[in-house]
Design a protein around this ligand. Sequence first.
Ligand code: ZN
Length: 197
Amino acid sequence: MAKPSTTYDQVIRRTPTMPRTSATRQRLALPPARRFAILTCMDARLDPAKYAGLAEGDAHVIRNAGGRASDDAIRSLVISHKLLGTQEWFVIHHSDCGMQLFTGEIIGDLLEDNLETAQFDGKAWSNPKHGGGSIAGHFVHWHTFADNAKSVTEDVQRIRSHPLVPSGIPIYGFIYDVKTGKLNEVAEATAAGKARA
Ligand code: ZN
């Protein structure tokens, strides 16, 4: 395997970048200064600026439920590279992700019954109210998953094999541990995302 890049080293050691003063902030360019992008989950416990040591202007952060490589996440990554020059990408899922607590069928059924916030008792979801739902939820691909390491690897593979993603961009796969704050690399994902000459 090729020697990991400087960016890779800085992210996993979360090397702190200089805090930006308002004067330096005004000089920030549109393209990310450290030329990398992160795809991660929207979970409120994750702060990518902290876990990857980012300051304003450093990197692109693309977030959705699960940090999944959906068509829209790939749209952002392609823009990030093609128009804004990022050269390395990190896919970062996390422990205790809410996306592991339901399936497409479960959320589809809940929404068909009622649209208000459902309850979770630790085992199952239920609606406190009934009526007024929609079957539209059964037509959405919710991108849920059961196995964290597998989902990161699948997402890296999906991005790697996308026709609009150049083969020279390395894609690394990680799971962030919400209890310890550690970034744990998923070797199989990073191997799948290795840059090809
Ligand atoms: Zn999550």
